[in-house]
Design a protein around this ligand. Structure first.
Ligand SMILES: C[S@@+](CC[C@H](N)C(=O)[O-])C[C@H]1O[C@@H](n2cnc3c(N)ncnc32)[C@H](O)[C@@H]1O
Length: 414
């Protein structure tokens, strides 16, 4: 996508081509291009419209039906915050009294649009000219242009005096190759600049990769890890007066909530757990119910806080599975009733599963080097029932637990 292609797509002829391309997207690309050109659309516009229609189709998973009117690049879409996460962050900023926000490195504008939907005036800046133009086009397409101003420029020289708060979601992919960057010191804008923002604007929020080392969390900041339907998606550092707790895990459950609609807000049911991130859970043996914590809880180092809530214990100080004597209903864990505990031995495991007529297994693992798919093949199961296998360590010993999932109502799943 370049600026000329974007301009062409935003003309009436471009809109018609995009509408036709939307009906053709998802099928054979060569046939779609031929069909679009057969309607009289020039080759360049047809190619741009088909690419855009395909990106919009993929973007629905992140943005809901609103994606149908927005503009994307592949990299911009990959880096964009999904709407439920951006809306929740925007709600929290608004609830903290923020009315004006600088978005430094706004990408396609997913976070800027969410802030504007929450009623915040946004001043966004983006270094890449095409991406900046797409963010402005997205503000217009979603009816938020009055609340979002996009400038093309370098975030490090952007004037942040006069705004209530700053948001920065640094690029975590290398320009050109698109490869992920895991080391925050290689982020763009640079990490030193990002860390220094809170000294200039105390109400600063920084989005970071969920793998961030706790040692890199600035003193006094709140670090929040967010999962969506059990997938860990991001971490955010809430600085200055925005920090409420040292560590927080936020679980968003889109599957439990109403579907996103174009006019409504992207709210999903949410669950929060917070604590110091430094407490340690008590260790005891394996008990009857195993609890597999959500990855946001594990990454936030809140397993001890969860153990206290569940009245649970670990079976190994280094493995984040919790155990209780009774099934406990919790949005933060998945529960498995343990029927057998054996030191890992392929031969013994295979014999036991055959005795139980097990033919299908789900395999969970923490603290085991075994490859689940290889194990599944090695087990050569042919029985008629299902079981859960948990590959783990108990007091340092490689161990396999056999059991069944327990539903949220405490019933054993069929
Ligand atoms: C991770 S993306 C932002 C995504 C955005 N929050 C969203 O959800 O759509 C980071 C963006 O920062 C931009 N960027 C990187 N360094 C920058 C700088 N020094 N000044 C302005 N923008 C920059 C990149 O071009 C990229 O579009």
């Amino acid at each position: 996508m370049d600026l000329d292609q974007l301009a062409a797509l935003r003309t009436p002829a471009g809109g018609t081509a995009l509408a036709t391309a939307t009906g053709l997207a998802g099928g054979d690309p060569l046939a779609a291009a031929a069909a679009l050109r057969a309607t009289g659309v020039p080759a360049d516009l047809a190619a741009a419209a088909l690419t855009q229609a395909e990106l919009r189709r993929r973007a629905v998973a992140k943005f809901g039906p609103e994606a149908g009117g927005m503009f994307f690049t592949r990299t911009g879409l990959e880096q964009a915050t999904r709407r439920v996460v951006a809306d929740r962050r925007a709600d929290r900023l608004r609830a903290a009294g923020v009315t004006t926000l600088a978005d430094l490195g706004c990408g396609l504008g997913a976070d800027a649009l969410a802030a504007a939907r929450a009623g915040i005036r946004v001043y966004a800046v983006e270094a890449d000219p095409v991406t900046a133009a797409l963010a402005a086009a997205n503000a217009a397409a979603t009816g938020l242009a009055d609340l979002v101003t996009v400038a093309c420029g370098d975030a490090t020289t952007f004037d942040v005096t006069g705004v209530d708060a700053v948001f920065c979601d640094p690029a975590r992919r290398r320009a050109g190759t698109g490869r992920r960057i895991f080391d925050p010191t290689a982020y763009s804008p640079p990490w030193d600049f990002v860390l220094g923002l809170a000294e200039r604007v105390p109400r600063t929020v920084v989005k970071v990769a969920p793998g961030i080392d706790h040692a890199l969390v600035p003193a006094g900041a709140e670090a929040e890890w967010v999962s969506v339907d059990g997938d860990l998606v991001e971490a955010a550092l809430w600085c200055g007066p925005l920090a409420e707790v040292p560590r927080r895990a936020t679980l968003l459950r889109c599957k439990e909530g109403p579907p996103l609609n174009a006019s409504g807000r992207g709210r999903a049911p949410s669950y929060h757990l917070s604590g110091s991130g430094t407490a340690e859970a008590a260790v005891a043996g394996v008990r009857r119910y195993l609890h597999d914590p959500d990855p946001a809880v594990v990454r936030a180092h809140l397993v001890a806080e969860l153990a206290a809530d569940l009245d649970g214990t670990l079976a190994d100080p280094t493995i984040a599975y919790l155990y209780t004597d009774v099934p406990v209903r919790s949005p933060f864990t998945r529960c498995i009733e343990v029927t057998d505990v054996l030191p890992f031995s392929l031969k013994r495991l295979r014999a036991l599963l055959r005795d139980r007529d097990v033919g299908r297994v789900e395999i969970l693992k923490r603290g085991s080097a075994l490859e689940p798919e290889q194990l599944r093949r090695d087990l050569r199961l042919r029985g008629g029932t299902a079981a859960s296998l948990v590959l783990t360590r108990v007091a340092g010993t490689p161990t396999v637990l056999i059991g069944h999932p327990v539903g949220q109502d405490g019933a054993v799943a069929p």
